[in-house]
Design a binder for this molecule. Structure first.
Ligand SMILES: Nc1ncnc2c1ncn2[C@@H]1O[C@H](COP(=O)(O)OP(=O)(O)O)[C@@H](O)[C@H]1O
Ligand SMILES: CC(C)(COP(=O)(O)O)[C@@H](O)C(=O)NCCC(=O)O
Length: 309
């Protein structure tokens, strides 16, 4: 008797060639110049990478937005409520220095080119970090980026307000320059079609509702821990000549370090703060992501894992 094997894995793994084939006829609406403005420091990305990796992803999300809207309408019809459009929310998670910001900015640009969802907003969770004075008070200065260093209630409230269709919702703003929340400054979110929420801990769950409960799609940007450490240290070395060189930078004292001193300090910051946060809090959330983008040592994405169940 012939036995049929049923594939019961919740994931499908695709190498770059197979994933690229799923682009179908999606056009590439970006130029090299536009791409240059989206690249984060140290994050090498080419138009080829956008075409191979991000266009199939943009097509998949476009299909899911339509399906999500239809599903939402069935619930409002059942409740005999008028159907309102709620934003499709995408979470983007991963380690410090993995390149989440670049992924988020490219997706924002590509998704906004679809005529059925042109309004795409991007919010980063660093705006919900507790102000430095409060971190000091709670003895959390060395825990920046850990779950307890955020105003988690405020972040959840923000997302629920956006998702429920409030005309205008405000998110606080963080500055890498002052290393603190910018007093009185806000980013306004006004009923976008899609909201991208990017941050270290966005896929975390807890005993009550968390932001990940409101995601319609989620992406985890993954890389080997050794690669992440060297990307973090290399970026720190470059920042000496850019951000740290500014007098108003919180890290201005690091601008004059030589290479060896800078490597020592960056490695300490990595080993004492960012690596433990990755191992304890961030990496364990990977299994939950709808999509995992696997990066190689050269930053390029060579494998994609999609959750199909
Ligand atoms: N100390 C810093 N000064 C200025 N910019 C920084 C500093 N640290 C990180 N950045 C920038 O902030 C952004 C977010 O960085 P990070 O949280 O490490 O996420 P990712 O590298 O995954 O995008 C990146 O664009 C990075 O270049
Ligand atoms: C600001 C961050 C916590 C990232 O915040 P996110 O937007 O991911 O919530 C991180 O980039 C950071 O500054 N970590 C502190 C340790 C360090 O300086 O590397």
């Amino acid at each position: 008797m012939r036995s049929t094997t049923l594939d019961t894995s919740p994931y499908v793994e695709l190498n770059r060639d197979l994933w690229r084939g799923l682009r179908d006829a999606t056009p590439l609406p970006l130029t090299d110049d536009e791409l240059a403005g989206m690249r984060s420091l140290g994050d090498a990305i080419s138009l080829e990478e956008v075409a191979d990796i991000y266009l199939p992803l943009s097509r998949l999300i476009n299909l899911q937005v339509a399906a999500h809207q239809a599903l939402h309408t069935t619930t409002t019809q059942f409740l005999r409520e008028p159907s309102i459009r709620t934003p499709f929310v995408i979470g983007i998670a991963g380690s410090v220095a993995v390149g989440k910001s670049t992924t988020a900015r490219i997706l924002q640009a590509l998704l906004a080119r679809w005529p059925d969802h042109p309004r795409v907003d991007l919010v980063t969770t660093d705006g919900f970090l507790l102000p430095t004075a409060e971190l000091k008070r709670r003895n959390l200065l060395k825990r920046k980026g850990f779950p307890e260093s955020y105003d988690r209630r405020g972040l959840l409230r923000f997302l629920v307000d956006v998702k429920s269709g409030r005309p205008e919702v405000r998110a606080p703003v963080y500055s890498h320059l002052s290393y603190d929340i910018v007093p009185g400054e806000h980013q306004l979110v006004r009923q976008p079609d899609i909201l991208l929420l990017e941050g270290l801990n966005v896929l975390q769950t807890g005993p009550s509702l968390t932001v990940s409960d409101f995601f319609d799609f989620s992406i985890y940007v993954n890389a080997r821990i050794g690669d992440l450490r060297s990307w973090y240290v290399d970026r720190f070395l470059t920042l000496r000549r850019t951000a740290f060189a500014r007098r108003d930078s919180h890290f201005h004292r690091y601008a004059s370090l030589d290479d060896a001193e800078a490597r020592t300090i960056a490695t300490e910051l990595w080993t004492e703060i960012n690596e433990p946060n990755l191992v304890e809090n961030i990496a364990p959330t990977r299994a939950r992501a709808t999509l995992v983008l696997q990066k190689g040592a050269d930053h390029s994405i060579h494998r994609v894992r999609l959750r199909k169940l």
